[in-house]
Design a protein around this ligand. Sequence first.
Ligand code: SER
Length: 897
Amino acid sequence: MQTHEIRRRFLDHFVKAGHTEVPSASVILDDPNLLFVNAGMVQFVPYFLGQRTPPFTRATSVQKCIRTPDIDEVGKTTRHNTFFQMAGNFSFGDYFKREAIEFAWDLLTKSVDDGGFGFDPERLWATVYLDDDEAAGLWQEIAGLPAERIQRRGMADNYWSMGIPGPCGPCSEIYFDRGPDYGVGGGPLANEDRYIEIWNLVFMENERGAGPAKEGYEILGPLPRKNIDTGMGIERVACLLQGVDNVYETDLVRPVIDTVAAVAPRGYGQGNHDDDVRYRIIADHSRTAAILIGDGVSPGNDGRGYVLRRLLRRIIRSARLLDITTPIVGDLMATVRDAMGPSYPELVNDFDRIHRIAVAEETAFNRTLASGSRLFEEAARTTKASGSTVLSGKDAFTLHDTYGFPLELTLEMAAEAGLSVDEDGFRSLMAEQRARAKADAAARKQAHADLSEYRELIDAGPTEFTGFDELNSEARILGIFVDGKRVPVVSRNGGPTPERIELILDRTPFYAEAGGQIADEGTISGTGSSATAKAAVVDVQKIAKTVFAHRVTVESGEFVEGDTVVAAVDPKWRKGATQGHSGTHLVHAALRQVLGPNAVQAGSLNRPGYLRFDFNWQGALSEDQRSQIEEVTNEAVQADYEVHHFTTRLEEAKAMGAMALFGEQYPDEVRVVEIGGPFSLELCGGTHVEHSAQVGPVTIIGESSVGSGVRRVEAYVGLDSFRHLAKERALMAGLASTLKVPTDEVPARVANLVERLRVAEKELEKMRLANSRAAAANAAAGAERVGKVRLVAQRMASGMSAGDLRTLVGDIKGRLGSDPAVIALIADGGDGSVPYVVAVNSAAQDLGLSAKDLVQTLGAPVQGRGGGKPDLAQGAGRKPAGIDAALAALRSELDRS
Ligand code: SER
């Protein structure tokens, strides 16, 4: 049964049973705790938690899922995918265990003719959570499973959560027995290769807190209602129904393997296990990469971007290990599109962008390999020169960190150069870096990962935002938190590391950081008898998207829960913030006018006086594009457009052409900000100027790359824009005075100086060449007859590099004519290395001589390693004292021939 058919049957089965079919969400949802959507239930979390009212009580979906923790298992086992499709049925306070088990059993065992999957009931097993007698009883009653085919497992396996705070509950998994060919019996408890998990039914009834991902976390209490969340692995079911050995050979993955096999020198399934694993890695990762790019991820150096980069590099690396020498990623993306397009139209509609980004990463990585190889050679040379045979952990780390060399690549190249690598040193540097990144990420997440302390306030309802209409609001303190713990009263933050104090009010004019606009600054002050209380607001973040937490430093007095306070936004700050945010919309609109609709927003940040805007784009902007964007932006300022905002339904806003952010989940009612009618229309909850002229001048100060495929423009707005220009003017005046010319002559003067430098460098190069010619002529004149050939075997001036020797050898060869000739040049590199080069002309090759062999003879006495082709070979040694012996050894070898 084809995968598309499995999908269709699943959805039909549940739609028939009253479920609403919901499309897959993007694999990126706006949750800083979750790298990727890893289960079908993720898009429904607010329904389970009771934060939002679901528009239906039963739903079914096939969700795109990404799971990368087991990336190293991919290709080695029969069942690990980094991308897979999870088919699920969900009940939001509607049916529970009994129906969930009935629905699943019916679909799995119903005959194919009746719309089911036709699994043999005798080969199905179930697991339940330790004490879930109810589920065990239902399996016996509904499915007639004998007790020995129902196994009980602990929290790690049979109590499901997303690994982070959120809904959770005991679960029951369904397994298929692949038979004795796949190992010992005894059920899933004994052997998960033979017994393949195909479906997990989660009885979602509790909410968990922070703590370890799988077990040992705190259960905070029951959810408002009992729910069902199930997930069936489409690829695994396809593997079983299609009678193939592993998930990589199913109908939607196998085509990628075939595309690779068409260009690889060695085929798939030819008995070479390592090769087969490489094929499967490419097949799995290609799908994941296409899906990720399709959902708006670009290759980068951290977070989601890094995962994508790593996948693409593993593809390229695996292809190289299969001895594929031509670019291949473009073809892989096309194959994925053809296979998966029917279920995921975005892969077809957006193919140009997906293709462009993936291929650009391939090209960049191949360039990386080229420049990293230079660094590697340098490091290898220094290592050898110091008499060591171990490449340092630091070198391996730099290669990894700066050039993106996977460790295996460094290991392999080191082995080729006769070196080993200090892997422990490498690992400890990696661990240090990881620790730094983790600390960084933890600091950024701002301790709101654990919401349990805030639960009561979240349940009490959202904070009322008054800041669109006023900057000063009277409000009541609903809660005070110190380092995430609720307290009744707070005074000055003391101590060397001041605590993190948060005030939660019933209403506030403070804008909480969102949509790229950073939070407002200002003060919160006491009133009446607590009028001395004063706090500066340093940050405002939303908790659970609804409650505004004002992070403050208390400057005087004390704040008590229940107090009435005045929250006052600094008007100057707010004015700057509105300029920054409206400026961002203007730049965005200008960018799309100049570059076209492919310049898709990837992120933004704005604060008073400054803005930056990231967008998907390959290659740098030209000077011309950049100034056009600046021009269009400033024209929009000059036009003094009116700025309007209104709320409308999401579909309506989209139909109007309003810009929305990729992967962002929007509510049904959205706010739209419109500047100058059609000029700019965006979904946005931010604060804005009333007329575009209030933004003031916009100066683009830079355009740069932030990971491949994503560009960033940065700009100053308002007074900061003017200050920037004034600084540049002063800089120019300084240059003019140093060069002693009027400012408008500076460019000509600099051009003149550069030209003179170029001429001088050329002159130098000419002299070097002349010297080298003379050396070649000298060497050629010294040719001697040894055996059947003319031989030039010489020690060259010390300090010459391998490159110098290669140029010389070519020159000498040209001077020796067509008689059989051998040239061997060797030098003391001056840094302990001994470069050498051997050339054999074609007449000498006809006599059976080969540079590849002779270079070994020459290298041995200087403890060198080298190689090459029959006409030209080179190597490097590390014993300068052996140079004479090396030349003698070569001579006597030729004498004998
Ligand atoms: N959320 C559960 C899982 O991922 C069932 O869908 O296994």
